[in-house]
Design a protein around this ligand. Structure first.
Ligand SMILES: [Zn+2]
Length: 915
């Protein structure tokens, strides 16, 4: 089910562009137009010498599966480049036809490598045992030392510090999972925590996987999960002791009477525990308790749904308990009958559901798998209890199967495959149990039966026949852990097409084998495609059937190199900057941007950054970007540049170093990095540079006052006087003028005033107050920018109006022009920001979140018009999100673009016009 999406500092695992090296048939043997084998024989790994996939093997292997697999990898070191001594077996699957998969996790000097798993597939018995295929992720370039240098307490503080809401942070707990190596280039040593904190947006429990770099002390990676707290919960096996299997009746959520498998307690009463399968299925009725209370497991005082006799009361139906129990049995049987799987963990472990959960005193309208159990909301006036939708139960329980097999990470493409597989099996189970045709219009809908009113189409959360493709629809960026729900149907759509075009049973077996035998935690869509094809060949699919599988992935754009086929009309200056959207700077033909250390441009290892370095390069894209900030483990950001020098802020990120320092350095690298400001208890901000002049603000935490400072021609900075209670922000410096937005309280009125200061004259030469003129609506000025010999700013009306006007004022205070009226088409939206050169002003237009969820069309776009006024034009027709524009010279602008499914710094020399 769609979990609440939160903006996250999560950094997705990068799209892995695998290279398929198909073996060409010798010309003499090439028949007339023979279609190539759709199953690749060798897929090279990215940023590693170990191949992602090798198929078509038949090499003898003796001993236990694990021993045989290790021996095979060791005997072919030139092929795999894997050190068997760095492999730990983490689970194996065997199938009824005698196939075995040995799943290894990579270690680096004994420390687990996050998400790195390498799998060996065997068939046959005894002397006839053979290795058929090998693959997964094993990173050969790891050299990072595995000794943490940041103290353990500081690492925990940093993990807790990643909770942004102060109240939630105070109550947060961090569960320590020990050291891991993040497979980024040479590797990063990190301490892994699960941080539990109340979600400030909803008050509900939230969990977040946080990886803190253990040598520099910054959060290197974080993404949201629903992991439960480690402690608490009743022991279901103990609870099952002394129970006798029985049958009874219970009303379901729709008021029909259902036959239920129940358990008789020693005292003669009954509970909703189904003992008829190897895995015990128990259902708890939370009785409207808040989902918050379930974060630590099932409370000790909460018994399973209970009845004095074998015929359960009406509450078993209204709570959703009957449906959860019956549907859990249907899901168990599907996995068992179709694939021989014994429950979610494959070992007959207890299957636990909690129903009738509320949130903040209201019925909870959602469901989730929390890593150990299913949690179902009670629905409410518009929804049935969520356990009453079989596809939702199948979806959540499939998350349980996934976490016990491929364990796909909950972010980026891996997260979208996790959701897509849960959707696929959720619907396959519903369609199978209900005897629906694959051509039934409701077959591809997920969650369509949970609504009390309305059509299934309107009720559904997602549909797998939405024809979305990678190239047209992939949505990268900051929302939804990198699009784990938003991009799910790109992958599940391909799987559903396979189910429609092959027979459903064959399709289900292919997808199940891909999930359990081939996929690994960090896999991307293309690895998912190759997994399905390899699984299909293992299962004996014909060449034509394999072509059908490949065609389904083709139709959804899932093939090697899809990222490069997304059309972009901008040039890329630096790849994979970060999801945090830290604003870049531009000026004088150069850019400065924050990027993951140590090197975003090399493209190694994808996006597992700690955002700690500033880079600079030419806005023409010529030459390689170079690192500007020192390698001191601090957080370097908020740059400004005039094309010759840069100024920026550095923040200490360890428990010992809370420093806030302003630094400056020449872009050429020809001079040292100099300190401009550093003082205890004071925070510098708004650094600006132009020629020899540097300006900034200083906030004093003791007095709450913010002061304004100017350094002219290299002289020490001096404070510029401001009236009492006046606050400077939003500085802009150019050609001998300094300007800012000044704000103060005037009685009941909050006044904002774009203000110009002549450095030569040493005084304020213009102040344009934006406040309630008599009879006019109040406005707020922001985003002051010096450009074209004038001062520009945004003027935003009070209230919920979403558009601002662009104004400009003479530097001597002699008059104001309207550059763009707030009611003109494509005026700036709330939260926009101006960036301007002497020729052009650029800003952002962002629609509010559409009712149906985010789409590419709804992501922010940039618009540009002449500084003197004119008609706004689209700066770029890139289909993804565009943010944080920085004007260079003329009409050239750099910005952060999420079109390619990651965040790149890109540039255009002029506006694209209409798109
Ligand atoms: Zn889900």
């Amino acid at each position: 089910m769609p979990r609440r999406s939160r903006t996250s500092t999560a950094l997705g695992i990068s799209a892995t562009a695998v290279v398929a090296l198909a073996l060409a048939a010798p010309p003499a043997l090439a028949g007339p137009a023979a279609a190539p084998d759709p199953v690749p024989s060798l897929v090279a790994g990215q940023d590693t010498a170990a191949p992602q996939l090798v198929t078509g093997l038949a090499e003898s292997a003796v001993g236990s599966p694990a021993d045989a697999a290790r021996a095979h990898l060791a005997a072919h070191a030139d092929r795999y480049h894997v050190d068997p001594g760095e492999l730990a077996e983490v689970g194996s699957e065997s199938t009824a036809d005698g196939r075995r998969t040995v799943r290894f996790e990579q270690r680096h000097d004994g420390v687990p490598v996050f998400g790195a798993q390498y799998l060996v597939h065997l068939t046959g018995e005894g002397a006839g045992q053979r290795v058929e295929s090998v693959g997964g992720k094993y990173f050969t370039g790891l050299t990072v030392p595995t000794t943490a240098t940041v103290p353990a307490a500081a690492l925990r503080d940093l993990a807790l510090g990643s909770v942004q809401d102060p109240k939630a942070r105070a109550a947060a707990t961090a569960e320590d999972h020990g050291l891991v190596v993040l497979p980024d280039g040479a590797g990063r040593l990190a301490q892994r925590f699960t941080v539990h904190a109340a979600d400030p947006a909803t008050g509900g429990p939230a969990a977040r996987e946080v990886f803190v770099d253990a040598t520099v002390g910054v959060v290197a990676l974080a993404y949201d999960t629903r992991a439960p707290l480690p402690a608490g919960g009743t022991d279901q096996r103990a609870a099952a002791a002394g129970l006798e299997p029985a049958t009874g009746t219970a009303p379901d959520a729709r008021g029909n009477s259902a036959k239920v498998n129940i358990a008789r307690l020693p005292d003669g009463s009954y509970q909703l525990t189904d003992l008829t399968r190897p895995a015990t299925i128990t259902t708890y009725d939370a009785g409207g308790r808040d989902e918050m209370d379930l974060g630590g497991g099932i409370p000790a005082d909460l018994p399973p749904a209970h009845s004095p006799g074998p015929d359960f009361p009406a509450s078993a139906g209204t709570s959703g308990a009957t449906d959860a129990s019956v549907n859990a049995g249907i899901v168990y049987d599907f996995y068992h009958d179709r694939f021989g799987r014994n429950g979610l963990d494959g070992k007959g472990g207890a299957i636990t559901s909690v129903v009738n959960v509320s949130q903040d005193g209201a019925p909870y309208a959602n469901a989730y798998w929390d890593g150990k159990k299913m949690v179902y909301g009670s629905g409410g006036p518009n929804y049935y209890p969520f356990s009453a939708a079989l596809d939702i139960a199948g979806h959540e329980m499939t998350h349980g199967v996934i976490s016990n097999t491929a364990d796909l990470a909950g972010m980026g493409q891996a997260g979208a495959m996790n959701e897509g597989l849960a959707d696929y099996f959720g619907n396959a189970i519903e369609v199978t149990a209900r005897g629906m045709s694959m051509n039934d219009p409701a077959a591809a809908l997920l969650g369509e039966s949970k609504c009390r009113t309305g059509t299934p189409q309107a009720c559904a959360d997602r549909r797998m026949d939405d024809h979305r493709t990678t190239v047209d629809d992939y949505l990268g960026g900051t929302v939804d852990n990198g699009g784990q729900h938003l991009n799910a149907t790109i992958f599940s759509g391909a799987l559903w097409d396979i189910r429609r075009t092959l027979d459903p049973l064959t399709a289900d077996r292919v997808v199940y084998r891909a999930l359990t035998a081939y996929l690994t935690p960090l896999d991307d869509f293309v690895a998912g495609r190759n997994a399905a094809l390899a699984a299909g060949r293992d299962l004996g699919l014909s060449h034509a059937q394999l072509r059908t599988v490949a065609a389904a992935f083709d139709a959804h754009g899932i093939k090697a190199g899809w990222e490069s086929r997304i059309g972009m009309d901008s040039r890329t200056l630096a790849r994979n900057l970060s999801y945090s959207m830290a604003p870049p700077a531009a000026g004088g033909g150069h850019w400065v941007a924050m990027a993951p250390a140590p090197d975003p441009v090399k493209g190694t290892g994808g996006t597992l950054p700690g955002t700690t370095a500033l880079y600079t390069g030419s806005t023409t894209g010529r030459g390689a970007p170079v690192r500007l900030s020192p390698d001191d483990g601090r957080y370097h950001s908020w740059p400004s540049t005039d094309g010759t020098n840069a100024v920026w802020k550095a923040i200490g990120t360890t428990a010992k170093d809370h420093s806030r320092e302003l630094l400056t350095a020449p872009l050429s690298g020809a001079g040292p990095v100099r300190s401009l400001f550093l003082a205890d208890g004071k925070e510098p901000g708004n650094p600006q540079v132009s020629g020899g002049d540097i300006a900034f603000t200083v906030h004093d935490f003791a007095t709450g006052r913010t002061s304004l400072w100017l350094s002219h021609d290299g002289a020490p900075a001096v404070e510029l006087p401001l009236a009492d209670g006046h606050h400077p922000d939003d500085l802009t410096l150019k050609d001998g003028y300094l300007a800012w937005t000044e704000s103060w309280q005037d009685g009941q009125q909050y006044v904002t005033a774009p203000t110009v200061y002549s450095i030569a004259a040493g005084k304020v030469t213009a102040q344009y107050t934006a406040h309630a003129a008599p009879g006019a609506a109040a406005t707020t000025a922001s985003s002051a920018r010096l450009a074209g010999g004038r001062l520009l700013w945004l003027d935003t009306p009070a209230g919920a109006a979403a558009r601002a006007s662009i104004r400009s004022g003479a530097l001597d205070g002699s008059g104001v022009n309207e550059v763009l009226a707030a009611d003109s088409p494509n005026a700036p939206t709330l939260g926009s920001d101006l960036t301007a050169s002497d020729q052009a002003v650029t800003y952002k237009v962002q629609s509010t979140k559409p009712a149906g969820g985010w789409t590419n069309a709804a992501l922010p776009k940039l618009w540009q018009l002449p500084t003197g006024g004119g008609t706004p034009q689209r700066l770029s027709c890139d289909r993804g999100g565009q943010d944080q524009p920085a004007a260079d010279q003329g009409t050239r602008v750099v910005w952060l673009d999420s079109t390619p499914g990651r965040t790149d710094l890109v540039v255009r020399d002029r506006a694209a016009g209409t798109c």
